[in-house]
Design a protein around this ligand. Structure first.
Ligand code: KG4
Ligand code: ZN
Length: 326
């Protein structure tokens, strides 16, 4: 069964065709990074206008690469939230238009669930119950999954998301946008020599990164940072220490079979290394191209929703503030 996935929640316009929820036939992403980097962050109005220009060519390329016509598509899965309203509207309306014109079922997908399904596209099928650490630009969530479509939120950030913290720290250090990859690169030539705080929040699986960011800012303002690479490595280590330790504690408490990693920050090299080295349980870490925003993960998640009866009407709307549990 082939699913067409469409994703436009932030600054990537993406379309993909996935067979049976696990085989990627095509996965096209048109990135707007070059456009937004001159502003140091995503400009929502610019993003939605760019999605409008890219959406139809990207969908058409994805179908062509998969050698698939609309008549072979069993359902269209599209991200309807969370994300930027103007960006989401473009993908959702493209999906609705095709669904209406071709009589194809429409399946709305929560972007955060989509990120988790990168783990179903990585060659091995995860075992339930599993604990997923989703770390992206807008979210840092620890989610327990006991089956497809069953999400229980065990912990979340109380302030900045991990990706947001990376992006803000990069700005403080004068590194390029997007900040996460820039800090990752700079860290490779640095030593984690700065003493930065870690927020453990005892008795809770929640996270907090705003104090760490402020501590870095103070050190920079006081002239106590002599090497950008060392500061980047110190900041990255502080974030990763907390993410890994809290994830392993939570996995132990809930007695899961496996840990899954998801979201853009899952592309971080130190996080990938530390989590797999320190975990006594199997850890699923998707390839980097499936961690950042793409439509194959939306198609995969949409497939598992669709085969268990999930389908949406054409009056389905965007939900910019959707959480991992609704
Ligand atoms: O999941 P994503 O592509 O978009 C959202 O849904 O937010 O995540 C984007 C976030 C950005 O904050 C970016 O800086 C971060 O993921 N990121 C990284 C790395 N690659 C992307 N953070 C740390 N290390 C990386 N290598
Ligand atoms: Zn994302």
């Amino acid at each position: 069964m082939k699913i067409l996935g469409i994703e436009s929640s932030c600054d990537e316009t993406a379309a993909a065709v996935v067979a049976d929820g696990v085989n990627i036939l095509s996965n096209r992403v048109s990135s707007q990074i070059d456009i937004h980097s001159r502003y140091g962050g995503v400009v929502p109005e610019v993003a939605s206008r760019q999605h409008l220009l890219s959406i139809l060519p990207v969908i058409s390329d994805a179908l062509k690469e998969a050698r698939t016509g609309f008549d072979e598509i069993s359902a269209i899965a599209v991200t309807n939230g969370p994300g930027l309203a103007g960006s989401l509207i473009v993908g959702v309306n493209a999906a609705k238009a095709i669904a209406a014109a071709r009589g194809i079922p429409l399946v709305a997908v929560n972007h955060l669930h989509g990120h988790i399904y990168a783990n179903w596209l990585s060659g091995r099928i995860p075992e339930f119950p599993c604990l997923c650490l989703t770390v992206s630009g807008g979210h840092t969530d620890l989610v327990l999954m006991k089956g497809h479509g069953q999400y229980q939120l065990l912990g979340r950030t109380r302030d900045d998301a991990a990706g947001e913290a990376f992006d803000k720290a990069a700005r403080i250090l004068g590194l390029s946008y997007p900040g996460g990859p820039a800090i990752d690169r700079a860290s490779q030539d640095g030593e984690a020599v700065l003493d930065l705080p870690r927020s453990w929040i005892p008795g809770s699986h929640d996270f907090s990164f705003s104090g760490l960011k402020t501590a870095l800012l103070r050190l920079v303002e006081n002239g106590e940072v002599c090497s950008v690479n060392d500061a980047a490595a110190s900041f990255q280590k502080a974030v990763v220490d907390v993410l890994v330790t809290k994830t392993l504690n939570c996995a132990h408490e809930y007695n899961v079979k496996q840990i899954l990693l998801a979201g853009g920050v899952a592309a971080n090299n130190l996080l990938r290394k530390q989590l797999s080295e320190q975990s006594p349980l199997p850890v699923s870490i998707p390839p980097i191209g499936l961690c950042t925003d793409n439509a194959a993960v939306i198609a995969s998640c949409g497939y598992f929703r669709f085969i268990s009866g999930g389908q949406d009407r054409l009056d389905m709307d965007v939900l910019p503030a959707l959480s991992v549990v609704s």
